[in-house]
Design a protein around this ligand. Structure first.
Ligand code: GTQ
Length: 351
């Protein structure tokens, strides 16, 4: 149901609309219902990409173009409701990146924030501000805005991770800046593990400033997040909508790890069925462990490890894990919370 009834177009009104258009004017009453909807209306569609389909295609790209020539060898996960947009949701970009053994993705920096979620392979590195971190399956790695970053793979196997960036947010605000580094790799100035030791042990260097908008931890290792879930599951306090769901945070302010993107890890026990839930943050999910299916706006998507699926804003989501499952997910929730527009609803009527 629209908010207003759109007024009839009489010949006299039509002549008037034509006349004012030439002067950069438009009658609100003719477009009100398109601009202001009762509930979110998105071009974003629920969708699932199977890793079994993605991996061979990504490896095929590995034979076609080098990481260096491509700058980043990534297949964008593009929402079928928004073709050619480079978007997985209206506000977020996602892709799968491949770095082959011996390859380097050269250093650059940009105003976009990036997250990496390691899907396949073990032991490649990403370097951020002079520190390299070793990437292992399930690790959640962030690249802050305007930080130099390069990736390299000195392991013996192909390395594949999911990238999540706020590219559409920066497009919306016309705030994109980027530049290449003068060489391929930035110099290494800190030991691997330095940031996790300084900031990731529930302590901070004594005089470190509080309140930075980006987490100084840039790798949240899966071993630790999984251990937290394992410990908590013994308590058997399952949230009806989320199971056991944790948000990755910035230890400087308790906020999401990145200023524009929230990231989560959740455990769902075998056979659990979540209560229907919807929220304004369209969400990208990737199962790390387990298999099952989810219904999104009534449509069923069967998933297994490493698949990627997306739930649009305000679409009702129900998860049905068949085995004990761990889901990683990310959304623009923290961005919406900062703007005061985030909404969520448990057990919506249409669920
Ligand atoms: O690794 O820096 O998927 O700059 C898209 C843009 C990855 C990256 C992407 C990027 C990167």
């Amino acid at each position: 149901m629209p908010v207003i009834e759109t007024p009839e177009v009489t010949p006299e009104r039509a002549r008037y609309y034509d006349k004012i258009r030439e002067q950069g004017l438009s009658p609100l009453w003719m477009v009100f219902n398109r601009l202001i909807t009762r509930t979110p209306e998105s071009d974003c569609r629920p969708y699932l990409w199977r890793y079994a389909d993605l991996k061979p295609l990504l490896l095929e790209a590995g034979g076609l173009i080098s990481a260096a020539e491509a700058e980043r060898r990534v297949l964008i996960l593009e929402n079928p409701g928004m073709p050619d947009s480079g978007r997985i949701t209206t506000s977020l970009y996602a892709g799968l990146q491949l770095v082959l053994p011996g390859e380097v993705a050269p250093a650059h920096r940009h105003s976009q924030s990036a997250l990496r979620f390691v899907v396949d392979g073990d032991g490649a590195y990403t370097a951020v501000d002079g520190e390299r971190t070793v990437m292992r399956p399930g690790d959640f790695v962030i690249t802050p805005p305007w930080a130099w970053h390069d990736h390299g793979n000195e392991s013996g196997e192909p390395m594949i991770w999911m990238d999540g960036l706020d590219i559409p947010v920066l497009q919306f605000f016309d705030a994109s800046f980027a530049e290449p580094y003068s060489g391929d790799l930035q110099p290494v100035t800190r030991q691997t593990g330095d940031s996790l030791a300084r900031f990731g042990a529930n302590m901070l260097p004594v005089d470190h400033a509080r309140g930075g908008s980006v987490s100084p931890i840039f790798n949240y290792p899966y071993a630790r997040s999984r251990e937290a879930l394992e410990q908590l599951k013994r308590q058997e306090e399952w949230d009806p909508c989320h199971g056991l769901k944790l948000c990755y945070v910035n230890p400087l302010n308790g906020d999401a790890a990145m200023p524009t993107i929230s990231a989560f890890i959740q455990l769902l026990p075998a056979g659990f069925e979540t209560a229907p839930y919807r929220s304004t943050d369209a969400t990208v999910f990737t199962p790390v462990e387990g298999r099952g299916f989810s219904t999104i706006a009534g449509q069923r998507f069967d998933w297994a490890e490493k698949d990627v699926f997306v739930a649009p804003s305000w679409a009702t989501v129900v998860h049905h894990p068949e085995t004990e499952s761990v889901l990683f997910s990310f959304s623009d929730r923290t961005c919406q919370e900062k703007l005061g527009i985030f909404r969520e609803q448990r057990n919506p009527d249409d669920g």
